[in-house]
Design a protein around this ligand. Structure first.
Ligand code: CP
Ligand code: NVA
Length: 300
């Protein structure tokens, strides 16, 4: 059955999520050809963002403009949420007026709570647990460049964070092998002894013969106080030329951005031919348009 909310990648049935990726590629082509398609006229989505954002905010706002609808950006600082109005009450009120809510916040449970009282679809725009919208764009980018990701080897190198957890979910939805290299004692919270996932502390082992290499910042939003300590702990997990050199010849590099050049990835890799980060960032727009269409347009 079609899901109402998109809180994690697992909320969309396997067969639908693959179609969604192909639809995103189609919508991208339509945009490039200036084909006007406005299925969300008179619809409004609220963006309830408790953390900074460039890509997620811009892509949802522009996506809604393309679709003929509107967005409402709400920072908790400016709403009664910031003054303690319960999430569930806020969910009832906001969802009675808008057609969809995108939430970016710390605690994943807050998004679950909101969605339980929301009468309209809720999209997770990033929590400390997962960042599912990013994975739609990442998989779309892989498919555009190298075709089906099924059976390919993906290397995650770095923190056991929300992006790493999202790759764990994606490996189930899209059937790829995942090698995760993290520092000792850093185990991704969604890892459950999965048979297509290997955990290691050695970035070269993870990257060996990989088709896709991915990393992310060493200190996520909310971990600013740990930045210096984390720089030391993660030092050996930098994605540099040595790491890329052991991967497959046509391997590509992704990073959800923003990147910290010289920390988790060198500029040499980020600006290299194997890096597809700008295409990946642009694809946030097309992938989320496909997601909005899937959740909000009848008969899709
Ligand atoms: N990758 C990503 O979600 O970027 P923003 O934090 O800029 O939205
Ligand atoms: N792991 C990062 C991703 C930013 C898009 C964070 O949560 O800050």
């Amino acid at each position: 059955m079609k899901s109402k909310h998109f809180l994690t990648l697992l909320d969309i049935p396997k067969e639908d999520i693959k179609k969604l990726i192909h639809r995103a590629i189609e919508l991208k082509k339509m945009t490039k050809e200036n084909i006007v398609y406005t299925p969300l006229q008179n619809k409004t989505i609220a963006l309830l963002f408790d953390k900074s954002s460039t890509r997620t905010r811009v892509s949802f706002e522009v996506g809604m403009t393309h679709f003929g609808g509107n967005t409402l950006f709400l920072s908790p600082r400016d709403t009664q949420l910031g003054r303690g109005e319960p999430i569930e009450d806020t969910a009832k009120v906001i969802s009675s007026m808008v057609d969809c809510v995108v939430i970016r916040t710390h605690d994943h449970e807050d998004v679950v709570k909101f969605s339980s009282k929301s009468s309209v679809p809720v999209i997770n725009g990033l929590t400390d647990l997962v960042h599912p919208c990013q994975l739609l764009a990442d998989v779309m980018t892989y498919v555009e460049i190298n075709g089906d990701i099924k059976g390919k080897k993906v290397a995650w190198i770095g923190d056991a964070n929300n992006m790493c957890n999202s790759y764990i979910n994606a490996s189930k939805q899209f059937d790829f092998e995942l090698s995760i290299a993290t520092p000792e004692k850093y185990i991704p919270s969604l890892y459950k002894d999965d048979k297509n996932i290997v955990l290691t502390h050695d970035p070269l082992e993870a990257a060996k013969d990989a088709d896709l290499i991915v990393t992310d910042v060493w200190a996520s939003m909310g971990q600013e106080d740990e930045e210096d300590e984390r720089k030391k702990i993660f030092k050996s997990l930098q994605v540099n030329k040595n790491v890329i050199n052991v991967a497959n010849k046509n391997a590509i590099f992704m990073h959800c951005l923003p990147a910290h050049r010289g920390e988790e990835v060198t500029s040499e890799v980020l600006d290299s031919k194997s890096s597809v980060v700008w295409q990946e960032a642009e694809n946030r727009l097309h992938a989320q348009k496909a997601l909005l269409e899937y959740l909000l347009v009848k008969n899709i």
